[in-house]
Design a protein around this ligand. Sequence first.
Ligand code: AAT
Length: 279
Amino acid sequence: MDMELWYTEKQTPNFGITAKIGKTLHHEQTEFQTLDVIETKQFGNMLVLDGMVMTTDKDEFVYHEMLTHVGMFTHPEPKRVLVIGGGDGGAIREVLKHPSVETATLCEIDRRVIEVSQKYFPEIAGKLTDLRVEIKVEDGIKHIEANPGKYDVILVDSTEPVGPAVGLFQKPFYQGIYEALRPGGVMVAQTESPWFNRELISQVYRDISGIFPITRLYTASIPTYPSGLWSFTLGSKEMDPLQVEESRFTPLETKYYHPGMHHALFQLPRFVSELLEQE
Ligand code: AAT
């Protein structure tokens, strides 16, 4: 008789997501976190850090495209781009689709995430060997401090605010990002679920609004992330993403993002936009 194996991520103390699984392809305790790669029947290979789903073969495109292209098209000519976290390489792959990019720097704290992704997620990590890519294995907070005025776009592709990622959700880090950006610079951070992380979204929006002249929030549907609805917060020094002209959008091969949705993204459902009302 076939044994049925299921994996559950307890996303909150009261709710979770369950997937039928095949083999566990990899398991280790790294210097920073537990790292698992599991075969799932529905979503292909799944990367799990500290018991939380980071990415899967089947739905990774939504997260990586949406983290990347909204900010990249908001900047008039992004040449130097930094991804903080994102050791699976998915955001870097999307960044490289923009012809203006000269260097795409990945700053990932855990070398093992990069190495294991290259082995089990070739479609996601495949572009990490591109000549424009520079890999720094270090803490994003330190990297930002050491590189003022260097980047055009900074994408924060971080784990949830636990362990080494706690500081990546705090105001001094966003101030550091502001300083690491050149004039006209744009940042985008993944900012968790509007269902389960309401205070965090409000707080991050308030913090980024206190630093950047333009702050915008948008969402995307990501089935394997908690609640399936995910938020991203964009901070911009000059350009409002709502003012991006049609002529700016060069055609890209994507599966979720397209220029026609760019302006509409900022029309939020009411239960999300109310998170952004500042007292
Ligand atoms: N696209 C991949 C999805 C991720 S991975 C987030 C990465 O951030 C991890 O590989 C982790 O090692 C790295 N990281 C954590 N803290 C730091 C830090 N201080 N500096 C640099 N890298 C860091 C994120 C998915 C988020 C949503 C999941 N529900």
